[in-house]
Design a binder for this molecule. Sequence first.
Ligand code: PFF
Ligand code: NA
Length: 435
Amino acid sequence: MDMAQRETWTSRVGFIFAAVGSAVGLGNIWSFPFQTASNGGAAFLVVYLLAVFLIGFPTMLIEFVIGRRSKQNAVSAFSELGYGNWTFAGVIGVFASFITLSFYSVVGGWVLNYIVGSVTGGYLGDASTFFGSVSSGTVAVAAHAVFMAITIAIVAGGVADGIERATKFMIPAILVLLAGLAVWGSTLSGASAGYAYYLSPDFGVIATNFTSIVPSAMGQAFFTLSLGFGVMVAYASYLGRDDSLPGDSAIIVVLNTIVALLAGFAVFPILAATDALTGSTGAGTAFVALAGAFGQLPAGRIIGFVFFVVLLFAALSSSISLLEAPASYVVDSYDTERWKVAVGVGVVAFLLGIVPAYGYVGLFNDFVFNILLPIAVLFIALFAGWIYGGEAVDELGRGTSLGRGAMTAWLWWVRVVVPIVVAYTLWLGVTNFYA
Ligand code: PFF
Ligand code: NA
């Protein structure tokens, strides 16, 4: 993971697992059900899936193309390929990583508290009261400090390999646990009401709430796929020349989508069974629903413990890539020792995170989703489409069997459709954010 070294991944599978490790995280299991629940259920789901496949997938190809071609971190890559004029596009991504790390670590702290709660049985009584007691205030700040300290230790110590290896076990474990919870959820009374809210779109809702659904869905799509942060640029910079980028992207996007959809299948029947579907759909949605479920399951504390430990690994394999992005930028630009930089950047992100830890996770989340990510992706797409253009197509062509026609279609999609859609999203997002 050291950005200064130009190694390549030992295998195609190693790269895919690292990228999946960055993608699959709290965004799938915490943010996705929460965004879906608070934005009208299936109406949101439809727009989200369109955003993932029509905008997210082609954008992931851009980041992979730029990373593999430049063999550099995002800031240096944009700087060099853009002849010094596009450095800012990489810097926005680094800034987004830093802001995201500050509140991601707070939610990571919630996970730590739920691991403790599984041991003590703390959330078995009243799941919402427990959430209230750990999600903000000093308890939340303390857990946020621990989560950030673990993230810093991993990045500073360069033991990221260990996390990468853990990812190989984590993804199957998450799939199995979520699938098990989903099956159990299907037996609950009210499951069908949950499925209806989750899966059968009311197109009237899309029409009425269009201006809030679109920015949330697009933001969620970029966030969940780790796009707009420059992280995928950096990961692809270690790639050998002969992988199929569209093939790799398809695997990453599909796996990430399966984890999110499964989380929804676990959470919505539980929300319906506890009459919480249309109730308060705040940032605590998934935590309260899942902990409530563990409270009712036989051996629920053990299942809960395993679940939250796996979620912790998923969160860590994402948070290390969030810290790595700003840290490697500082290391490359100022020639400082990486452990000092990891500690410095991590501590500043921790201090900033004290604000969301006092009840402002939603605000930080909205700022990143509605504003930072669309700005970052807009510039990335404009750069790849109009400045980099033909070379991007050449790079995309290496190692794939895609025809010239498909690649040209991608280029025009990136030149025209992605910027227009994302600019529109940004306009809606800014209007909502300041409303
Ligand atoms: N994709 C991660 C998730 O869904 O939890 C969040 C994330 C991790 C975004 C790393 C960006 C990033 F660089
Ligand atoms: Na994700």
